[in-house]
Design a protein around this ligand. Structure first.
Ligand SMILES: [Zn+2]
Length: 381
């Protein structure tokens, strides 16, 4: 019997991969899009029960937010995130690093970790690799992410190189701490997985060198971090293409924080298996809705008496029941239901875009699908 987890490559086309990823909380069909539930809930009022109805495979929660509120020890007392949120499928928690570097104020970085002020009330918090692993052990996620330094783009080569070296040292500490927590029974999930994160800003030499180092550490999966933070999309695609040959073929690959449907098609083409992004839910809350013909703004006057669903090709619970005129009215009247229905549609769209990608890969027709849709899906209509 092979031990969990197992990434199994079923089929490939160019660098694109169709596979499965087996975890203690279920098997994920890849490529897949993880739905972001920052503080244990999808912003826009969707519950774990709703996620079960819209094709969600993996829920993603943010360590930083849950550490501040309600506190990871509270979640541990309630039996971990699965029992707390009632989501039974795989959960990925980020390390908290990205939020520490993007949200928190007055941070100070040392070899030990980062001291920062909470964005909620300003109190001082220290987080390093060990603390991040302890918090994620309390949360009991299926997949824990390594604690890394997120360097702002553009950055100097010298600083980036030093940061990559520190991120590698922190990764070794994450691995050791997770092993200790499991050995001492101090985790809500004794089968928790650990993914390492590739860094190196937009410098291909640093990216490749760092990827080689972390590939040697035999982790459960590998992420590419520090992209989609303001650099042009073409730069991001180039980095993925350059790093991909050095990513282990038998491990799952995750591109953090990406992106638009077009970004996802381009990245799948370059060999990425997992994605996450706040974009579909955030856009939905502003009335920007994904369709197979492009992006519509449901608040436009032209939808005032439109009897069609958001997307006539969509089979989601919203499009099966409601028309554009009603959705527009809900937004104009600022009814909470408008946001909820819009988020439900957009996440369904992303989850089913991934299903379509998997079907095209199964059929060996992903390239034609990519060419037909890569521009269209990101066009505002
Ligand atoms: Zn729909």
């Amino acid at each position: 019997m092979p031990s969990l987890p197992t990434y199994q490559l079923l089929k490939s086309e160019h660098a694109a991969r169709r596979g499965t990823f087996t975890t203690v909380h279920g098997t994920v069909q890849t490529p897949a899009f993880m739905n972001v539930a920052t503080a244990g809930a999808i912003k826009g009022g969707l519950s774990a029960y709703d996620l079960g109805k819209i094709g969600t495979q993996v829920m993603l929660c943010n360590t930083y937010h849950l550490h501040l509120r309600p506190g990871d020890t509270v979640v541990a007392q309630m039996g971990g995130l699965h029992k707390f949120t009632r989501w039974n499928g795989p959960i990925l928690t980020d390390s908290g690093g990205f939020q520490v570097f993007s949200l928190a104020k007055l941070r100070q970085i040392t070899e030990e970790g980062v001291t920062f002020a909470s964005h909620l009330d300003g109190h001082r918090i220290f987080m390093g690799p060990e603390q991040s692993m302890q918090i994620q052990a309390n949360l009991g996620s299926t997949i824990a992410m390594a604690f890394d330094e997120c360097v702002e783009n553009p950055a100097q080569h010298e600083y980036s190189a030093a940061s990559c070296a520190r991120t590698t040292r922190w990764l070794a500490r994450c691995k050791a701490e997770m092993a200790r927590l499991k050995a001492e029974g101090k985790t809500q999930n004794p089968d928790q997985l650990l993914f390492g994160i590739n860094q190196g800003c937009t410098f291909p030499d640093l990216r490749i060198e760092h990827m080689k180092q972390i590939a040697d550490m035999n982790l459960d999966g590998y992420a590419i971090g520090g992209l989609a933070v303001g650099e042009p999309a073409e730069v991001m695609y180039d980095i993925i293409s350059q790093v991909e040959p050095y990513m282990p073929k038998d491990k799952i690959r995750y591109l953090m924080g990406v992106g638009t449907p077009g970004n996802i098609l381009e990245s799948v083409w370059r060999g990425v298996d997992l994605f996450d992004c706040v974009m579909p839910s955030r856009n939905a809350r502003h009335g920007h809705l994904n369709t197979w013909g492009g992006i519509i703004n449901i608040k436009n006057a032209k939808y005032e008496t439109d009897p069609l669903p958001i997307d006539p090709q969509c089979d989601c619970p919203v499009c099966r029941r409601y028309n554009r005129a009603y959705l527009r009215h809900l937004f104009k009247a600022e009814e909470i239901l408008g946001m909820r229905l819009a988020v439900m549609h957009n996440l369904w769209f992303y989850n089913h875009l991934m299903e379509r990608i998997r079907k095209e890969l199964d059929a060996g027709t992903f390239e034609q699908f990519h060419d037909a849709y890569v521009k269209r899906l990101d066009t505002r209509i």
